[in-house]
Design a protein around this ligand. Structure first.
Ligand code: FES
Length: 124
């Protein structure tokens, strides 16, 4: 039911963990299944230099968070905000339709971490 890429990112998730001095953190959950995802980002000069995640969730949630971290690392915060769950799912060679909602967690967690960063660094 899952593509090889999904299985690979699920079995060997990239960027798992936490960043102690994170510039921004976001935690999101899916009310229906109860799965939770936390994303920490380190930002320097508007660029995401490091990103780590922890996901308590299904295989699709783990794989999409892993892929999402790979996709935003080295990107500007604006580019990270433009990341969509369908782009993440596409990069994983697709997800079963019933699992598309899981990829939303990854998009929302990245956005939440960036928004936290922006709040903390708002000028004035
Ligand atoms: Fe909950 Fe996939 S079933 S995120």
């Amino acid at each position: 039911m899952y593509s090889e890429k999904v299985m690979d990112h699920f079995a060997n998730p990239r960027n798992v963990g936490e960043i102690a001095d994170a510039s921004g953190s976001g935690t999101v959950g899916n009310a229906k299944c109860g799965d939770i995802m936390k994303m920490d980002i380190l930002v320097e000069n508007d660029v995401i230099t490091d990103v780590k995640f922890k996901t308590f969730g299904c295989a699709a949630a783990v794989a999409t968070s892993s892929m999402a971290t790979e996709m935003v690392k080295g990107k500007t915060i604006d580019e990270a905000l433009a990341l969509t769950n369908s782009a993440v799912a596409e990069a994983l060679d697709g997800l079963p339709p019933v699992k598309m909602h899981c990829s939303l967690l990854a998009e929302q967690a990245i956005h939440a971490a960036v928004e936290d960063y922006q709040k903390k660094h708002a000028k004035g």
